[in-house]
Design a protein around this ligand. Structure first.
Ligand code: UDP
Length: 250
């Protein structure tokens, strides 16, 4: 631990280039995805990613509530991200706050760019994301869970949306930040990728990076997303007991 004023700041990067949990800079936290974890929802997924635990449930296409949001030419995609009061060390005030509103909005917009909403006019596709345990990167874990839940619900999409946060810790660009790295690092950059086109449909940034660092961070994030994509596809294969296509990695 080093100290800044009265606050203890953990050493984020060892002289050997290892992180606070022993990971390398380009290493993801362990990721486990269970597709179809809930019986009542049309589609669902449970994601355990490092110390994050996130459940996503999808309903629809179904009747729109509230009615005035209905659109004649396409489905509305309504997303609600929520962090449980018990999901963090210091009890979070239950209910909707500005952060959860912002996250719901950016996740909903990311899905608007991949879901074939025009196939379901005058309906709603409702995505619920519940964070049960949080340790940074929950919006990305939420995106991953919701993506698999949408596929599980049979909603047609261009592609799944793998997501990860990259950042800068101890002066180095690192993949998949955990809580201490998010809190005490120099920058945090969550992103979501459409793997087939390479297009980013969510990109946010907190903190500072040079142009060169940003380019390296994006590159690292895209590689991370491609690994996460494989785990997402595998979760769906396990749910529907589909063997990997010949020549395709599992
Ligand atoms: N966090 C918290 N209390 C809050 C909001 C966030 O303890 O009210 C923690 C939680 O572990 C979260 C992390 O701070 O995952 C980083 O939050 P951020 O807003 O960067 O979003 P995230 O990284 O989870 O997408």
């Amino acid at each position: 631990m080093g100290s800044v004023g009265a606050k203890e700041v953990p050493v984020l990067l060892s002289p050997e280039g290892l992180r606070i949990d022993g990971r390398k800079l380009d290493e993801l936290r362990p990721l486990r995805i269970q597709a179809g974890a809930l019986h009542q929802a049309d589609g669902s997924a449970f994601v355990e990613w490092g110390a994050n635990k996130v459940m996503a449930a999808v309903y629809g296409p179904r009747e729109v509530h509230p009615r005035h949001l209905q659109q004649n030419d396409k489905a509305v995609i309504q997303c609600r991200y929520n962090m449980a009061a018990f999901s963090v060390d210091e009890r979070k005030r239950p209910g909707i706050d500005r952060r959860s509103q912002e996250i719901s909005k950016v996740i909903g917009e990311a899905f608007e760019s991949v879901v074939f909403a025009e196939e379901f006019p005058r309906t709603s596709i409702d995505i619920y994301i519940e964070v049960l345990q949080a340790n940074a990167g929950t919006r990305c874990a939420g995106l991953v869970a919701a993506s698999v839940a949408l596929a599980d619900a049979g909603i047609p999409m261009v592609d799944l949306l793998p997501a990860v946060a990259v950042g800068k810790v101890g002066g180095a660009i690192a993949l998949d930040l955990k809580k201490e790295e998010d809190n005490y690092g120099e920058a945090d950059l969550p992103m979501a990728l459409v793997p087939q086109s390479g297009r980013l449909v969510l990109l946010q940034m907190e903190g500072h990076m040079s142009e060169d660092e940003l380019a390296r961070a994006l590159d690292l994030g895209v590689k991370g997303c491609r690994d996460i994509y494989e785990t997402m596809k595998q979760a769906l294969r396990e749910r529907y007991a589909i063997e990997p296509a010949h020549g395709e990695s599992a």
